[in-house]
Structures are given as C-alpha cells and as structure tokens.
Design a protein around this ligand. Sequence first.
Ligand SMILES: [Zn+2]
Length: 340
Amino acid sequence: MVFEIGDLRVEPGTTRFGSLVAAQRPAGDLTLPLTVVHGSEPGPTLGITAGTHGCEYAGVVTCIRLGRELDPKKVRGTLVMVPVVNVPSFNNRIPFVNPIDGLNVNRVFPGDPYGSISHQIAHTVFQNVTLRSDAFIDLHSGDMYEAIPLHTCCNRVGDPALDAKAEKLARLFECDLLCIRGKGIDEVAEGDRGQGVVFMGHRTHVSGSGGASHAGKPTVLIEAGGTGSLDPAVVEMELKGIHNVMRYLGMLDGKPDEDIPHTVCYGMYFIRSRFGGLFFPDVKPGDFIKKGARLGEMQDIRGNVLAEFTAPIAGVNLMMYTTPVRSSGDILLILGRTDD
Ligand SMILES: [Zn+2]
C-alpha cells in the first residue's frame, strides 16, 4: 500500500525524501525535512525524530544515514523520520530554544496548531509522525554547551505492558546507562532547598518522547554526543541500536541482540543553585556520586567562595554545562538517582 505523508506518496519498496509543512509564514511555509523508508512488505511503523534541539547533531546524521543506507526492499513496515524538528534552531545554531518564539520545542508537546511556531512544529510532528507510529525513538545529545554520558532512556506512564515494552526497546541500545523516568519516579518530593535546589520537575508528557509515551507508544529517548560536536562513534551506536530495534520489531531480518548490559538510574534530578557566579566543579559528566559528596563551589567575580555544594542524593551525573558561568537558578548538574 502507498504510504502518504506530507508532500510524499511512497510506493512499497522505496525511500523518499520530502517535507512536512509546520507553519504558514508570510513569505512562505516553514517546512520540516521528512524521510520515509517504506518497506516492500507490510509491518510496523517506526517513527524517529532528531534535532528537536537544533545543535544536537548525532541524531540528525543518524537519520540521514538511515535514509541513504537502508534498503527498503529488505524492510517490513515503514520508517518515518524527521531528521530536524526544530528547523529555526538548527539553521541558526541556536541551542535549547526556537529563536522565533524563544520556546523549548521539547516542552510544548503535543503542540497546538493555533499556538506560536514551536507549538505548531510540535503539533505537526505529533500528528503526522508520533500518532502514526507503533514505536517511537527521539534522538538527542547534550546541546551546544552540555556534556553528557551516553544514555538510553524510557518513560513509565503506569501501563505495565507499555512500560515494559518501552524499557525493552531502550535496552536494545549499547549505552552503559539506562535512565528510567516517569510515573512513580518523577513525582519524588522536592529536596533540600538550603544551598542547591533539588527537584524532579521534569514534566515528561510535554517532551517529544514523553508525549509519545503518554499517547501509548513504546518510546525510547537516546542522549548521545554533545557540546555542538559530531562524534562518528555515537552515530554508529545509534545506527546499530536502531537496526537492533528494527530486528526486534520484525522490520528487518535477523535476531536482535537482547543481552546488552546496562546500569540503571532513575529520574532527572536538576541540581540548581540559588547563587550565581563561576562554578568550579569537583565532578565530571558520567561520574557516580555518593550522597553528601562535594560537587564543587561557586565563586563570585572577585573570587570569594559563595557556596559549596554537596550531592543531596546518590546519583550519576547526567549533564553539566561546559561553561563555568551560572546565574542564580541555573542548573549545576543533573543527577539520575542510583539508590533505588
Ligand atoms: Zn535535546
């Protein structure tokens, strides 16, 4: 059967490159790139998005590679990819937000056709790709000045069968770390507000991956690479993992590798500072940190120590900015809880 999406009508056994109109602008449409690998035999639909943060490049290149390298004649089902979701951010090398409306596209899912441009982009992706998928993968990295360890993530939404399937898919990627988020994890009470502020306010359902989970789709989020760079080894890891997912879903021939070991952590605990200045950390991304261990200190512009920070929970360091500057309220680091 022909697969229709955006400006494409894709015959079985072919790959086509097209676009989705996300918004009508006075001087022309804002479009998102679209790649469809439509297998010659029926099967599941796998949706993949990348570039929701426009300076996270590994996933973008992974989508490009999949579109060029997969032989649609050997695929069952359909792979639908949006290699760059946040096109204005990508085009202008603006981290975190869409420069047109200043919003983080990964916080406005499932979007709104009558909202500002980020809402319209999210709506377009959600309606055309997420809701048509049987499984969904969202590819992220550390953004322009975010350093992260490789991790594969899944959400729990409280549906045991769906949650188990999402975790199964997340475990098909060769990342040391598996981060499980969502129901029963994210609602953990706020912690110590004395020096840093701990909270788990990560509102899962408003992200591209969380929105997909809440729409009933088994979903994986990959965090790989970062700091505005492009590491070929990270792209290879993503390609290998996605091939493994496609084998698991029956979209490609062969037995999936289901025996990949992972260290599990839970949630995203944003450790924020109420002091601004220059942060001198004692820890690095990927470090396993004991509760009470020293995280570093904040100095003012004259070199006075404003605060020393210690870890409020035991966890693995999932993200640190590579720049020392912090304003009050900024993130010092993000911990994935390990004492579960
Ligand atoms: Zn991201």
